[in-house]
Design a protein around this ligand. Sequence first.
Ligand SMILES: Cc1ncc(COP(=O)(O)O)c(C=O)c1O
Length: 476
Amino acid sequence: MASLSSRRLAELVGTLDGRGPAYREIADRIRLMIVDGRVPDGSRLPSERELAEALGVSRTTTTRVYTELREAGLTRSRQGSGSVVAVPRAASATSSLMAQPDDPDHIAMTYSAWPAPPGLARAFEHAASKLPGLLATTGYLPDGLPRLRELIAQRYADDGLATDPDQIIVTNGAMGAISLVARTLTGPGSRTVVEGTTYPHGADAFALGGGRLSALPVGDRPWDGLDDVLATGRHVAAYLIPDFHNPTGLVMTDDERGRWARSLTRHDVVPVVDESLRDVNLDGIAMPPVFAHHDPRAILIGSSSKAYWGGLRVGWIRAPRRFVMPLLQARMMDDLGSSAFDQLVLCELLEDGGQTLAASRARARAARDHLLGELATRLPAVRVTCPSGGLNLWLTLPERVSTALVADAIDHDLLMTAGPRFFPGAPAAGERHLRLPYTQSNESLTAAVERLALAWECVATGTATAGEAPEIDLIA
Ligand SMILES: Cc1ncc(COP(=O)(O)O)c(C=O)c1O
């Protein structure tokens, strides 16, 4: 059973705003964090005495906090093992993980993922006609299908970055690539720089094997403050998302890339560059050259999920030669390769003259504009800028209520991810933000904004409640 230290829980609770009794404020914050998964189900909470010390409140206060949590049915007390988080399960719980875009009952806005665009079925059919050649092989392709590796290498070459197909390793999505790179580069105690605002599963992958994360300070841009963090000690890697950054949608400028490359080189830190969203360039803006132009030591990560379809589960790594064998060796303990057929399908998509990609971009552009329009009408107090690419809007809320909104929205059958989840070093800063993917039909997006407005009303009038938490924390 995982234990939550008093220091960590106090950090998560943050500074009290003193509007009501302290026990109520602390209990409410912990309750919301249990609901949205930041305080995981099954974890053991610190003792009342330890928490009182860490928060600088009286023991009577924390006793009342724990009593409230127990009476709300969110924890249970066990003789000798203190309070343990125990989220109740509804008898008929269907996992929110299964909620699909355009599900009329449950609008899931926790992931930015579309159903497949029309061209996908055609790509599967064409791939099927090429199966005989594939079936004559063993199908084990630890580095990937040769044709696909050539096509991916060619894309980099077209971008002016000479690449040998031997530098490409095909993986199970970008997430498979990030996990493999993280496992290869980091170990217990090693430190990785992550952006102040970032894609949670990507950052978490670098902490999985006992590594530590150094999050940049929260600034106007996710890339501010690198030198100060590097000055705090040795780091092995830096994980960054420079292209249509998830969640903010921002693009790192060429200047920023150059500065980052110089700093990381000086400190001998390997850049791990997540380019998953680079192809989702909705307005056709001129993109700065990929990061490896500035720093040839960079490990680049790409994916077919966002441009084409998440169900393909095909991503890739472009690695400097010295990393290729260690990465492949590390893969042997994992999955031995990716689906051969899905790789054939991606070959078809990369060779269709850009048809499917254009259709997928047009769909996202229209949805983005629709969601912006709905927000302007129903929630004018929310600030949002139109991203040129990616699949999310990044909202700035007029008040620090992200978690409360997300928790209340569950009762309106709208699932979202609370802002703090995107801020690994300073979760409290996320209370001002909310990420809304626009990967749904216009009808669903309209309904989602209506439900969000209802939740907003409940939070503003103090009548918000916390619905039952999704069972799995899946953010895409
Ligand atoms: C920045 C970023 N990296 C990685 C992923 C995971 O992508 P994949 O489906 O290719 O594993 C996502 C998914 O949303 C993402 O936004």
